[in-house]
Design a protein around this ligand. Structure first.
Ligand code: PGA
Length: 260
């Protein structure tokens, strides 16, 4: 069975090293040494070193929120895979909708970043998801197909097996609207069937596919209980340790119960 991955995407929060350290400390203390669910925190770049220090001795992974595809050179403002590894990162979020839609990031760029992450031996969390207009126009599957094909282009089955996908319907991010477990499960099953067609059934069975978009303590058990939902990428509710820990607890409950 796939181990659930609950990741906290802090986005452009908090605004001080002290607050970042306190948040990481709270999650670390609450989780203890539990490894039944995988947990990762994604602070802003400037807090990675501090959060890595705080998380020492804990099973919590450290994720960056972005990566550049070149390892070094004249690329002002960018951060590379080797740099992220150097400051203790284990994971990296790639192609978040706030970057795709807010900063115009393309599938080709996401693909280049994904390859850079794999080259640096970081676990990539590749985000995909449709906008509200695309869903209303019944284009969800078409959009996901384009994002999956473009973002994962050129990967071997072995490489694909190590990728984490995060299905985040754009209309559910930060809006308080959540896909129902049925809606989310249907899309996750579709993603897994695409993975199976392209990389084979055995690989598809290994890929962790998270759901993201207004995941909270009160909807986490239902979402995480779906057979093809293997974790959560959490934004707003990851900014308070207690809220995030409640989602982790939901994951632990679902894991203890076992999925169908
Ligand atoms: P949200 O964000 O939980 O605040 O909706 C999720 C995300 O953007 O990853």
């Amino acid at each position: 069975m796939r181990t659930l991955l609950i990741a906290g995407n802090w986005k452009l929060n908090p605004t001080s090293t002290e607050a970042a350290a306190a948040l990481a400390e709270g999650v670390k203390n609450g989780l203890g040494s539990a490894t039944d669910v995988h947990v990762a925190l994604a602070p802003p770049f400037v807090f990675l070193t501090k959060v890595d220090q705080v998380l020492e001795g804990s099973p919590i992974g450290l994720a960056a929120q972005d990566i550049y595809w070149e390892p070094n050179g004249a690329f002002t403002g960018e951060i590379s895979g080797p740099m992220l590894v150097d400051v203790g990162c284990t994971h990296v979020i790639i192609g978040h909708s706030e970057r795709r839609h807010g900063m115009g990031e393309t599938n080709a760029q996401v693909n280049a970043k994904l390859k850079a992450a794999l080259a640096a031996k970081l676990i990539p969390i590749v985000c995909i998801g449709e906008t509200k207009d695309e869903r209303l126009a019944e284009k969800t599957e078409e959009v996901l197909l384009e994002q999956l094909t473009g973002s994962l282009a050129g990967l071997s089955a072995e490489e694909a097996a190590g990728v984490v996908l995060a299905y985040e319907p754009v209309w559910a991010i930060g809006t308080g609207l959540t896909a129902t477990p049925e809606q989310a499960q249907a899309v996750h099953a579709h993603i897994r069937s695409w993975l199976s067609q392209v990389f084979g059934e055995a690989t598809a069975a290994r890929v962790v596919v998270q759901y993201g978009g207004s995941v909270k303590a009160d909807n986490a058990v239902q979402l995480l209980g779906c057979p093809d939902i293997d974790g959560a990428l959490v934004g707003g509710a990851s900014l308070k340790a207690a809220d995030f820990l409640a989602i982790i607890k939901a994951g632990q409950e679902v894991t203890a119960r076992g999925k169908s």
